[in-house]
Design a protein around this ligand. Sequence first.
Ligand code: NAP
Length: 246
Amino acid sequence: MSKRVAVVTGGIGGLGTEICKALAQAGRTVIAVDLDSREERVASFKQEMEGHDVHFAEADVADYQSCGALVRDIESRHGSLDILVNNAGITRDSTLRKMDRGQWDAVLDVNLGSAFNLCGHAVAGMQARGFGRVVNISSVSGQTGNFGQTNYAAAKAGLHGFTMSLAREVATKGITVNSVSPGYIETAMTGAMPTEVLTKITATIPAGRMGKPNDIARTVAFLTDDAAGYITGANVPVNGGLFMSF
Ligand code: NAP
């Protein structure tokens, strides 16, 4: 069997980098897709990935046409697109009263619209080949809501509705679709939060600490394994116990 080909959007970001590494270590050919192709940032990403079968491609996941071109290019260069990790995400926090339409649209487009844009182009090939793994990176905020995040929480909750619906549509075709909901993980995204806020939040996490990017990466590697074919439509919380449900 040829190597599985994996796409990780937001692949050069905090979680994306670790996910790329974990999938490459699991024997996948990995394409890190990101908006930002600034030479310096991509060069340092490539350096970190040295020795791994990881490539870089630039695309805007909020743009339907750009996602179509990306999927076609990967399928023709690498032969298939077997694993899709919709990880690119942004925040534009504000209370609803102060939020403008631009903040709403940007967050919905990048965090939720991207799943439609990429799955919409990638699923046909997966169905034809009889194998696929889709993982959508959601958030604990989508499960609990969060002050100042009506846009982000709506997008992340919507992602799980998308996950469950698509999972039903493709379950007989060897394709699984799941979401992963990280709690607070040590990346630039949380690094931008005020220290006193993070200290307060950490005090409420049963595990007593924030998560590491690798906590998420290992979960994605597990869900995208060939052997994980009976897990679909699930949401896997990786949050140190911050939010528990069944
Ligand atoms: P990050 O470091 O900011 O990485 C996100 C990446 O997505 C960045 O490289 C960003 O590029 C890229 N991106 C943004 N807009 C894009 C677009 N339109 N097209 C393509 N790429 C785009 O954030 P992270 O912490 O790794 O988060 C990864 C995912 O986990 C996100 O979906 C986030 O919502 C979710 N999450 C994170 C946490 C956490 O604690 N970190 C918790 C819960 C959920 P630029 O840097 O150029 O914008």
